[in-house]
Design a binder for this molecule. Structure first.
Ligand code: MG
Length: 297
């Protein structure tokens, strides 16, 4: 298929040349934050400017999950399956309980308001890790233009509610995920503005339980690593300006899935976690891969 570009012989084992890149839904303004809800058999994702969380199921197609969404961006599930969401409009991270009520996870640090939580993952010990760049308060497009009170950090919230700024040397931290065995933490820096430096993913060693190191793992080009997830072999599938890039654990670009719109984020889903769901500007896409993704829970 013409939408693949291979840069390394290893790429061939991960893609299937008879699988279509399907546009499942379109007409949005800027979609992000996909998360697969296996028990409900649906994908949830944010249309940030339209202040909605949307739901897509193979049987029904598209419906609205939550509106208004407080200009939500990234989502994930915690280890017991609850939805965890980043909200620009309220400058907070929340958890949706099984009864539908909303629990505050974090909205401030050392007495100052967070900027606009962007992307979130949950570690197997129940700690919640999220990035807090300023994109959601810079304009009224994806939230409310307002004053920045804190630098752009990555935070960890422990199950007891303790919040700590764990990565403080980023310009604009954005996408993040753990390696399959959680020995590594990958975090993107998407720079002061889109399409400016830096546009790379850094990797941190988690052996001590805290992130250390932080060398540049891979420089994304074109575009930025707005969001990414790992597959079961530890490859990182990342958003980029021309589609999705597959990056090996050694940092080598193995290949690309060319998508006709700028990709913001992605997740694995479907019955075997082998479907890659891709949010890209105005549309939601899906592509079957020959590898399973690592996705909580
Ligand atoms: Mg992002």
């Amino acid at each position: 298929m013409s939408f693949y570009e291979s840069y390394d012989a290893r790429f061939g084992q991960y893609v299937m040349f008879n699988a279509p890149l399907k546009r499942l839904a379109t007409g949005f303004d800027w979609v992000e934050g996909p998360v697969w809800m296996g028990d409900a058999g649906c994908l949830l994702f944010s249309d940030i400017p339209n202040n909605k969380i949307l739901r897509w199921t193979p049987e029904v197609g598209l419906s609205t999950y939550r509106a208004p969404s407080n200009y939500s961006n990234g989502h994930t599930r915690d280890r017991v399956g609850r939805l965890v969401s980043c909200e620009h409009g309220t400058r907070r991270v929340t958890r949706t309980e099984w009864d539908g009520s909303i629990t505050l996870i974090a909205d401030s640090y050392q007495g100052k308001r967070l900027n606009s939580p962007n992307d979130v993952v949950v570690k197997s010990d129940g700690s919640i890790w999220f990035s807090d760049p300023h994109y959601g308060i810079g304009t009224d497009y994806e939230g409310f233009k307002s004053e920045q009170e804190l630098p752009c950090h990555v935070y960890r919230v422990d199950p007891d509610g303790t919040i700590e700024a764990v990565l403080t040397d980023f310009n604009c931290p954005n996408g993040l995920c753990f390696s399959p065995d959680e020995s590594l933490l990958y975090v993107a820096d998407t720079g002061r503005m889109f399409h400016s430096d830096p546009a790379h993913i850094r990797v941190f060693d988690m052996a001590s339980g805290r992130p250390s190191g932080g060398r540049v793992f891979h420089a994304i080009s074109p575009g930025v690593a707005d969001g990414f997830r790992a597959d079961s072999d530890g490859n990182i599938w990342s958003s980029a300006g021309d589609g999705v890039h597959c990056i090996a654990p050694d940092g080598t670009l193995l290949g690309k899935i060319l998508v006709p719109e700028i990709v913001s984020n992605l997740c694995f889903g479907g019955r075997a976690k082998h479907q890659l769901y891709i949010t890209a500007t105005t549309s939601l896409y899906m592509l079957a891969l020959n590898r399973r993704g690592v996705q909580q829970p």
